[in-house]
Design a protein around this ligand. Structure first.
Ligand code: SF4
Ligand code: SF4
Length: 56
């Protein structure tokens, strides 16, 4: 289980600095979460303007 950033991501970068375990990075066309490191805190989802990070 981890959060995943869907295709709604507009690459604003707001989530990257909010992640307590620094597992978010810019990817190909959108930001991506390292599922092995995500602790499911939900901080990325709370700051995202388009609701792109979702719990899987
Ligand atoms: Fe990082 Fe928390 Fe988002 Fe997981 S849910 S990517 S730990 S901010
Ligand atoms: Fe993408 Fe949302 Fe993160 Fe911005 S805050 S980079 S739109 S997932």
């Amino acid at each position: 289980m981890a959060y995943v950033i869907n295709d709604e991501c507009i690459s604003c970068g707001a989530c990257e600095g909010e992640c307590p375990v620094s597992c978010i990075a810019a990817g190909d066309g959108k930001y991506e979460i390292n599922a092995d490191e995500c602790i499911e805190c939900g901080s990325c989802a709370s700051v995202c303007p388009v609701g792109a990070p979702v719990a899987e």
